[in-house]
Ligand binder design. Structure first.
Ligand code: HEM
Length: 370
């Protein structure tokens, strides 16, 4: 398929082929493997360049990948996630209190689905509350496909500058947070470069909130469109975790993720992918693959088990999967327990898709509490 700027890649849209290639050691994430990149053939200001070059774990393989990933895995172990549960629930309840005070229809995405993951990742990284909205704005521009190349570049530079200032502030005054831990790893034994330090923060920030924001929005939207399915969870017949997993499959929060590259010729599904060509992981398409999921376009909480690839697979499997599941489950249970009569706003604008190549959701979700 052709990406913005006329860049040609293989879109991997079938579940089984995607699963196979995500774990194939002949496929890498280092852009030096990509002919188009190495030969300087990308158009100037290419909007997806940041995903291909950001200095961090998503653009490296092997030992470098293990080194960068190991620096942050401690913060996401099942035990650490379980410890975060009471704080996530308290934040969710505070946001629901604020929502209960809103008059009439309101945008659930803006008032609930966005602030929860942003506050949680903000606290993990030690970001000041006043910085969070600005960081979200810049991060939105970064994942947007409607931003001009100039705006995308300005957003990337703005994010790097803001996160570099966070690093400087934490150097002066260390805190009990992941940013301080990364600074210590850099200073104690030089385990990452300064660029990798800021790149890792950028990745954690963007991956840590844009995705979960989409998951919560997409789940509420799917449930409100299928009252029989909502009833299954409200009656206790199906757990909230089933809503989270089925939403991940049905409406993948990461629609597609750029890019991987063939380090050798690879024959797959009757197609030859040549060494140096690029692959796009098309998660949203894989979730609707009829060969893998019968009646794939139906949101069905009885699908057993609703296995999906929407959190990735193989060495780059989502680091924040446990946190995302905790946040989404807490948010959905809290929301529908507090407002069991939640409905879509009658006169609200029709939901429009986000203009993004990576992020898959709607721009707004207008609801009323009943
Ligand atoms: C619903 C929420 C989420 C979804 C759907 C999601 C999805 C994904 C996917 C599909 C990948 C693999 C990308 C690829 O290589 O093709 C990934 C990787 C990653 N995710 Fe998530 N993610 C979510 C939440 C989070 C959260 C909350 C964090 C952090 C706090 C996070 C951090 C990461 C990181 C650091 C990677 C890169 C891992 C690596 O390259 O080794 N994600 N995620």
């Amino acid at each position: 398929m052709e990406l913005p700027g006329g860049v040609v890649v293989w879109a991997i849209t079938h579940h089984d082929t995607l699963q196979e290639l995500l774990a194939d050691p002949r496929v890498g994430k280092n852009p030096q493997l990509w002919n188009t990149f190495r030969e300087g053939r990308l158009p100037r200001g290419w909007p997806l360049l940041n995903f291909v070059t950001v200095p961090g774990m998503i653009t490296v393989d092997g030992a470098d990948h293990r080194r960068l990933r190991a620096l942050v895995t401690q913060a996401f172990t099942p035990r650490r996630i379980a410890e975060l549960a009471p704080a996530v629930e308290a934040r969710s309840n505070r946001l629901l209190d604020a929502v209960a005070g809103l008059e009439g229809d309101f945008d659930l995405r803006e008032h609930f689905a966005y602030p929860l993951p942003m506050q949680v990742i903000g606290e993990l990284l030690g970001l000041a509350v006043e910085q969070q909205d600005r960081l979200h704005e810049l991060s939105d521009t970064l994942v947007s496909s409607s931003a001009t190349p100039e705006a995308a570049l300005a957003a990337q530079q703005g994010l790097f500058a803001l996160l570099a200032s966070v690093v400087a502030a934490k150097r002066a005054e260390p805190g009990d947070d992941l940013t301080t831990d990364l600074i210590s790893a850099r200073e104690a034994d030089d385990r990452l470069t300064e660029q990798e330090l800021v790149g890792t923060l950028l990745l954690m920030l963007v991956a840590g909130h844009e995705t979960t924001l989409n998951l919560i929005t997409n789940a509420v939207r799917a449930l409100l469109a299928a009252p029989d399915q909502l009833q299954l969870v409200l009656s206790g017949a199906r757990p909230w975790s089933a809503v989270v997993e089925e939403t991940l499959r049905y409406d993948s929060p990461v629609g597609q993720f750029p890019l991987r590259y063939a380090a050798q010729d690879i024959q797959v599904g009757g197609v030859l992918i040549r060494r140096g060509e690029a692959l796009l992981a098309s998660y949203a398409s894989a979730g609707r693959d009829e060969h893998h999921y019968p009646d794939a376009d139906r949101f069905d909480l009885n699908r057993q088990p609703a296995k999906h690839l929407s959190l990735g697979h193989g060495p780059h499997f989502c680091l924040g999967a446990g946190l995302a599941r905790l946040e989404a489950e807490t948010a959905l249970r809290g929301l529908f327990t507090r407002f069991p009569g939640l409905t879509l706003a009658k006169d609200g604008p029709a939901p429009e898709p986000i203009a993004s190549f990576v992020s898959n959701s709607v721009r707004t979700l207008h609801v009323r509490t009943g």
